[in-house]
Write a protein that binds this ligand. Structure first.
Ligand code: SAM
Length: 237
């Protein structure tokens, strides 16, 4: 099933979830603030002994989070190291929509062009997973199509960082439930971090119950607060 997408003021908008794909204040800066800084990636990726790093994301959407992470990785991680970016997407966008959305970011064109070229291979919904290698094999992108919690149960990767995206919890309660947080814990190790744009109480409590230490920090743009933290491994349910 394809997502219902509309364009509002030139930005992608989900009519199914009545929510935006990224902040109208500046989606690219939002991604850098919420997901990259929220997981402390600019600092963590400067370690010279880094060989690989795995990010798992809920909601691939337009691929903006992926491209921002890839750009930082290519600029800061050691040349031999490989970034594994694993994303789960239940309602993949059409190629034409992702192309229009990514054209909003001319500064990402060098990275978005090869992604767009391989997008249909990536979103092959007949097989529910597909992987592509990008940027001289320095980045491996895998997308699982389907519901986040269901697909995570099939994923063997362990996350070094979680990008917890997926529309506002109040608008998409089917994704944000205890099963998702339990799967996050199963795919975590003691220094795994997470970041999300939301500060919803149910999300905060769900993450704590699943064994994450949760911190609040100032949100991006109009959002007052966001959540980030790390796995400490003490489950409460
Ligand atoms: C705010 S958008 C994500 C934006 C994206 N990370 C980006 O960089 O453009 C939320 C995404 O979550 C996806 N989504 C919604 N419910 C989901 C679910 N239950 N499982 C997986 N993906 C879901 C939507 O289709 C949408 O693409």
């Amino acid at each position: 099933m394809r997502e219902q997408l509309a364009w509002r003021d030139g930005l992608p908008y989900s009519t199914k979830f009545q929510d935006v794909y990224f902040s109208s204040d500046n989606g690219l800066l939002e991604t850098e603030y919420v997901f990259l800084q929220g997981n402390d990636l600019p600092t963590r990726w400067q370690q010279t002994d880094l060989n690989h790093f795995t990010i798992i994301e809920t909601g691939f959407g337009t691929g903006l989070n992926f491209l921002c992470a890839a750009r930082l990785w290519l600029a800061s991680a050691p040349k031999h190291a490989v970034l594994h970016f694993v994303s789960v997407e239940k309602y993949p966008l059409e190629l034409s929509d992702i192309s229009t959305a990514l054209a909003l970011w001319p500064e990402l064109t060098d990275l978005s062009t090869p992604l767009i070229h391989q997008y249909e291979t990536l979103m092959n919904t007949k097989a529910n997973t597909s992987s592509i290698s990008l940027y001289n094999h320095r980045v491996q992108l895998s997308v699982y199509t389907g519901d986040a919690t269901e697909q995570l149960a099939c994923i063997s990767n362990i996350a070094d960082a979680w990008f917890l995206d997926g529309f506002a919890p109040a608008k998409n309660p089917e994704m944000w439930h205890s099963g998702l947080f339990s799967e996050m814990a199963k795919h975590a190790h003691p220094s795994t971090t997470f970041a999300t744009f939301t500060s919803a109480g149910d999300v905060r409590r769900g993450l704590i119950n699943a064994g994450f230490k949760v911190n609040k920090r100032a949100g991006f743009g109009k959002k007052r607060e966001m959540l980030c933290g790390e796995f400490i491994g003490t489950q409460h349910d």
